[in-house]
Ligand binder design. Structure first.
Ligand code: SAM
Length: 280
């Protein structure tokens, strides 16, 4: 069976725009590097455009598909393929610690379960891009690389540098968890049915910066949400709900920042310095 044999009707609500450009399929899977000894988790395998290629190259592939019909078709297709497991599940509900814990085959219960890490890949369902990334970041200890296709504008936001008009909460959060490369873009015609937007492929090498910047993970991520809350407000105005005015001014001075600065203009180093000054 080839990828074109999997033929349920496309469901727009599930972000089902299937990749039909073989060159793009190859480039996305190549972006994972040498995966011969690696566990790969694929988000939304759909009609197996990437799955077929990954199955040939990966040590182990766990493909997570929410669509019941597609998941059943994929399971039938890949039953004879020993390194592939199809999970019918919502990726947002997948606990990577559990899923990566067990190995298939006769050694299932004998392998150490604590340390398995994976590469994650997927042409994401665009309607939940941010939720998926945030979910993956929660499992950063289990993930080395993320290679994902997202809407072009979202890719530009994720990869943006501080001070650029695209820099915001998604850029800052992602860049706290790793380094981002924008690899290439694709036109709507690379998909069937074609989406209304252009797409881009990102590679994120997971390397969290919380220790280096001396900030606690959970609290710093919610601090980022606070300072980016209202895009048109200054940083001081965004902080006012949670900190006394004088504490904010003292902390800005201590971090060497101008009182009129906006969150979008601050590097992660400066943002972390401000956080530390506010929480001393
Ligand atoms: N990988 C295929 C390709 O490249 O042609 C399909 C990509 S399509 C853009 C997104 C896929 O994600 C669809 O197969 C859709 O059913 C699946 N999907 C949507 N929401 C999902 C979720 N919450 N969890 C897992 N898969 C989901």
């Amino acid at each position: 069976m080839t990828s074109t044999d999997l033929k349920s009707h496309s469901k727009p609500k599930l972000g089902q725009n299937f990749l039909v450009d073989p060159n793009a399929m190859e480039r996305i899977v190549n972006a994972l590097g040498d995966i011969s000894q690696t566990t790969v988790v694929e988000i939304g395998p759909g009609r197996a455009a990437l799955t077929d290629l990954i199955a040939l190259r990966a040590g182990r592939l766990i493909a997570v598909e929410l669509d019941r019909v597609l998941a059943a078709q994929l399971r039938m297709k890949f039953t004879p393929v020993k390194n592939v497991e199809i999970l019918e599940a919502d990726i947002l509900a997948v606990d990577f610690a559990t899923v990566l814990g067990a190995q298939p085959g006769p050694l299932r219960d004998l392998r150490p379960t604590g340390l398995l890490r994976a590469h994650v890949v997927g042409n994401l369902p665009y309607y939940i891009t941010s939720d998926i990334l945030l979910h993956l970041f929660r499992f950063h200890q289990r993930i080395d690389f993320i290679v994902v296709m997202v809407q072009l504008e979202v890719a530009e936001r994720i990869a943006a540098s501080p001070g650029s008009s695209n820099y915001g909460i998604l850029s800052a959060t992602t860049q706290m968890y790793g380094s981002v490369e924008q690899l290439f873009t694709l036109p709507p015609s690379a998909f069937s049915p074609p989406p209304k937007v252009h797409s881009a492929v990102l590679r994120i090498r997971i390397a969290p910066r919380f220790e280096e910047l001396r900030v606690p993970e959970e609290d710093f991520i919610s601090f980022l949400r606070g300072i980016f809350a209202m895009k048109r407000k200054t940083l001081v105005n965004n902080l006012r709900d949670n900190y006394p005015q004088q504490a904010i001014r003292n902390a800005l001075a201590k971090a060497g920042l101008d009182a009129s600065i906006r969150a979008e203009a601050m590097s992660l180093e400066q943002t972390a310095a401000l956080y530390r000054a506010l929480h001393e």
